[in-house]
Design a protein. Structure first.
Length: 65
């Protein structure tokens, strides 16, 4: 994860190597740690990827329906 604090006090963060929607789990954690509130967010290429575990979980869910 890269966290950048601008000269104006703005904060930006980017996860690296976190596939799928798991990156969203970091937002509340960062907000708490930094005392900040998310104003905007964008998805990276990692968001569009799914890990093998995610894919297996999705298949398992489909099989159990």
């Amino acid at each position: 994860m890269t966290v950048t604090i601008g000269k104006d006090g703005s904060i930006s963060a980017e996860t690296h190597g976190v596939s799928g929607s798991k990156c969203l789990d970091y937002i509340p954690l960062l907000e708490d740690l930094l005392g900040a509130e998310t104003v905007t967010s964008e998805f990276t290429e990692d968001y569009r990827r799914t890990s093998v575990a995610d894919t297996a979980s999705q298949h398992q869910s489909q099989w159990n329906c």
